[in-house]
Design a binder for this molecule. Structure first.
Ligand SMILES: *Cc1c(COP(=O)(O)O)cnc(C)c1O
Length: 354
C-alpha cells in the first residue's frame, strides 16, 4: 500500500439528511448519504479528490459514457462492530479489481492513495450512517466514468472517479429460483466478463426479464459456446454442493473474481470441506438432482453475502433442491459475517480497520 497520505479537500453538507431515513425499511441502493467523493482525470493526471455534499453532477450530453459505455464500478461494504468500530473487508482486492476493470475498458488506473483516503475520509464523515448489528452496513460504490464531451468512438481523455455510499440492511432474497441460460450469454472468451463494467449488467437485463416471466428470479449464465457448463449469476458467483463437495467454476475471461467467492473457498477448505474449482456441467447437476446427491446451490457476492438457490430450470424442466436443516450456505455465511463484523477471530487478515 502507498504510504503517502493524500489530503482530501472536504466541503461538509450544511444539514444532514439522516433524520429523514427509516433505517428499518431500507430498500437496497435507494438512499444515499450526505457526501460523495469526486476525482477528475484531466490532462493525463488524476486531480486531488474532493469530498462534497451528495448532489447531481453535470455532464455534456455527448459525454462518452452515455454513448460507448466506458464505465466500471466496484461494490463493497463498511461494517460496524459492537464497540462502534468501522471495518472494511479485503478492500485491497476491490482496489485491484477496480483497476483491472479500468485497464480492460481503456480507462486510466486510479491511484491507490486516492481510493483509500477517499474511502476513509468518507467513512469518518458518514459514521452515523453505519449502523451496528449483523446485516447492517454501508454499501460503498466506487465507480469511474468517461466524462469527456464528444461522440467520437475512441477512449475519452477525461474521467470521473467517484464514491457514493448507501446504507443497507440484511438482504433477504427470499426463495431464489434460477433459470440456467440456454440461449443468451453474459460473457465470451476474450471479452470483459471478468470486469465490473457497466455494459455487462445492461446486457443481462432483458434475458433476466424473460426468465422472470417464467417464474425465476435470476439467470445462471452458461458458457457462450455450448450452454452446457454453468458459470455465474448476474452479480454473484455460483457454488454447487454435490454430496459433500463444493464445486465452483474457475475464474477467467468470462467469470468475475469475486471477493466473497474466494473467501468462501478459503473458509470451506479450512474446515475440511473439499472445494473443486472446475467447470460444472448442467447435465451433472441434473443427474445429481435425480439421485439426491445435489444438496445445495448458492450464489456469493458482497450485496447478499450468500444467497441459497431453491431450484433451477433448464430446457423447460424444473428441478427442486432439498431444504436442509444445516447447510454449508448458512454455516459459511455465519462464519464470513462474523469476521466482517469483528465478532470472530480473523486468522486471514481480511478485516481492515478504518
Ligand atoms: C460483483 C460481482 C460478483 C461478486 O463479487 P464480490 O467481490 O464477491 O462482491 C460476482 N459476479 C459478478 C458478475 C459481479 O459483478
Amino acid at each position: 500500500m502507498e504510504t503517502t497520505i493524500h489530503k482530501i479537500e472536504v466541503e461538509q453538507a450544511k444539514k444532514s439528511k439522516i433524520n429523514q431515513v427509516d433505517f428499518d425499511n431500507l430498500s437496497f441502493g435507494d438512499v444515499f448519504t450526505d457526501h460523495m467523493m469526486v476525482c477528475d482525470f484531466r490532462n493525463g493526471v488524476w486531480e486531488t479528490p474532493k469530498i462534497i455534499p451528495y448532489q447531481p453532477i453535470t455532464l455534456e450530453p455527448s459525454a462518452r459514457v452515455f454513448h460507448y459505455g466506458q464505465a466500471i464500478f466496484e461494490g463493497m461494504k463498511a461494517y460496524k462492530d459492537d464497540q462502534d468500530k468501522v471495518w472494511l473487508f479485503r478492500p485491497e482486492d476491490n482496489f485491484k479489481r477496480l483497476n483491472t476493470s479500468c485497464v480492460r475498458m481503456a480507462m486510466p488506473e486510479v491511484p491507490e492513495g486516492y481510493f483509500f483516503e477517499g474511502l476513509k475520509t468518507l467513512l469518518q464523515l458518514e459514521d452515523a450512517w453505519i449502523k451496528p448489528g449483523l446485516g447492517n452496513s454501508l454499501y460503498l460504490r466506487p465507480f469511474v466514468i468517461a466524462s469527456q464531451a464528444g461522440i467520437i468512438a475512441s477512449p475519452a481523455t477525461e474521467y470521473k472517479f467517484m464514491i457514493i455510499c448507501s446504507p443497507a440492511q440484511a438482504y433477504y432474497g427470499g426463495e431464489v429460483r434460477v433459470k440456467i441460460a440456454e440461449k443468451y450469454s453474459r460473457a465470451a472468451d476474450g471479452g470483459f466478463g471478468f470486469a465490473k463494467a457497466a455494459g455487462n449488467y445492461a446486457g443481462q437485463f432483458y434475458p433476466t426479464q424473460l426468465a422472470q416471466k417464467e417464474g425465476f428470479q435470476q439467470v445462471v449464465w452458461t458458457d457462450a459456446n455450448t450452454h452446457e457448463y454453468i458459470e455465474e449469476a448476474g452479480t454473484m458467483n455460483v457454488f454447487v454442493r454435490i454430496d459433500d463437495t463444493l464445486y465452483t467454476s474457475p475464474t477467467g475471461d468470462r467469470i468475475l473474481d469475486g471477493v466473497t467467492r474466494k473467501s468462501v473457498i478459503t473458509l470451506a477448505k479450512d474446515q475440511g470441506i473439499t472445494v473443486v474449482e472446475r467447470p460444472v456441467k448442467v447435465a451433472e447437476l441434473i443427474d445429481a438432482q435425480r439421485t439426491g446427491a445435489l444438496k445445495e446451490m448458492f450464489g456469493s457476492g458482497t450485496a447478499a453475502v450468500i444467497s441459497p438457490i431453491s431450484g433451477f430450470g433448464y430446457k423447460g424442466e424444473k428441478y427442486e433442491l432439498p431444504k436442509l436443516e444445516s447447510s454449508y450456505a448458512s454455516r459459511l455465511k455465519k462464519q464470513l459475517t462474523d469476521i466482517q463484523y469483528n465478532a470472530a477471530e480473523d486468522r486471514y487478515g481480511w478485516r481492515y480497520g478504518v
